[in-house]
Design a binder for this molecule. Structure first.
Ligand SMILES: Nc1ncnc2c1ncn2[C@@H]1O[C@H](COP(=O)(O)OP(=O)(O)O)[C@@H](O)[C@H]1O
Ligand SMILES: [Mg+2]
Length: 314
């Protein structure tokens, strides 16, 4: 096949030797509830692929797709998103990739699935890590992105911890790249009702990454950027989305998200208040997973006292 151009999710044209990206080598299953798989694709690159009928929920792929593209559009570092074709023969040839459920093994469906371009090397010493120690936080060159991602996650009513990959460069500095947007947008069920999940749950587990990031003018900058950019982006990415990637009411979701954008300053304020209110403290076990550094230094003038804790307890 000759060199053709195809239209990616972002609407721009990219040269590619194949119009459709399809998996041609199965590497392994990844950890995590969605039972995603690492594959090599016919563009020669590796992707973590989430399958349409995964055990987590019906809107997971739509969330990954929208989360990746919205975050990218506002300038946050996220893994590149693509649709990846998985064929019947690929699925039949690799029973290891089938879903393992309490009720037994289930065969995934063929079709177009969601791929997240693997950040860094898939093996060897340069393999990226999800773990960051408090002592290495200062080495993250683009650490300010954690503030923007937190604010975006509040807008999107993210229901899970914020996950990130850290890649080391030649001078031993780290670069963060955000992954796993499956629980944005009210979670895989698109639930915006009631108490709306867990305030502060969208923070990264290592709170030290937020140290000294909070500046009111930066917060205002991000919110204004979101309000300017997101409305058009949302419409353009949601309209052509594959129907297999969601089962919820997309129009209802978009209208909820548009409303949340208008009220984002209040939502952020409410999230901070609830997150750091003493009644939200979690069990000692959960607290122990967190560092002694961090969010108490992520300060804002009118809620400063709430952050003044000797120990982070999100
Ligand atoms: N783009 C990526 N680059 C490198 N590793 C990734 C990428 N996306 C996911 N992973 C790895 O795969 C694991 C599972 O992905 P994740 O998106 O967290 O799935 P789940 O929805 O099942 O939690 C992650 O913990 C991470 O180690
Ligand atoms: Mg995950």
């Amino acid at each position: 096949m000759g060199l053709v151009e195809f239209r990616s999710f972002e609407g721009s044209l990219h040269p590619c030797s194949n119009a459709i990206l399809s998996a041609n080598k199965y590497i392994r299953k990844m950890k995590g509830g969605s039972q995603s798989i690492l594959v090599r694709v016919n563009d020669g690159r590796h992707y973590v692929v989430k399958l349409t009928d995964n055990p987590i929920g019906p809107n997971l792929l739509a969330n990954e797709h929208m989360g990746s593209l919205v975050a990218k559009a506002v300038g946050l570092p996220v893994a590149e998103a693509s649709g990846i074709m998985i064929s019947d023969s690929f699925i039949d040839g690799h029973p290891d990739l089938w879903f393992e459920l309490p009720t037994g093994v289930r065969r995934p469906n063929k079709g177009m699935h969601f791929g997240s371009l693997f950040v860094g090397q898939t093996s060897g010493a340069d393999r990226p890590t999800e773990y960051i120690s408090p002592s290495r936080v200062g080495a993250i060159t683009n650490r300010e992105a954690f503030l923007g991602m937190y604010l975006l996650d509040v807008w999107a009513n993210h229901q899970d911890n914020r996950q990130a990959i850290f890649r080391r460069n030649s001078t031993n500095e780290l670069e963060v790249c955000f992954i796993d947007h499956g629980h944005m947008f009210g979670g895989p069920e698109w639930n915006f009702q009631g108490d709306q999940g867990n305030p502060g749950s969208a923070l990264h587990l290592e709170l030290a990454v937020y140290t000294d990031l909070w500046h009111d003018e930066q917060v205002a900058f991000w919110i204004s950027r979101f309000q300017t950019i997101i409305p058009d982006v949302l419409t353009s990415i949601a309209a052509p989305m594959a129907s297999e990637w969601y089962s919820g009411d997309l129009n209802e979701l978009l209208s909820e998200l548009t409303d949340r954008l208008l009220h984002l300053p209040e939502l952020v304020h409410a999230d901070i208040e609830k997150t750091w209110h003493p009644s939200q403290q979690k069990s000692p076990d959960e607290s122990l997973r967190l560092s002694d550094f961090g969010i108490h230094d992520l300060r804002t003038p009118d809620t400063r006292s709430a952050f003044r804790r000797g120990r982070a307890t999100a």
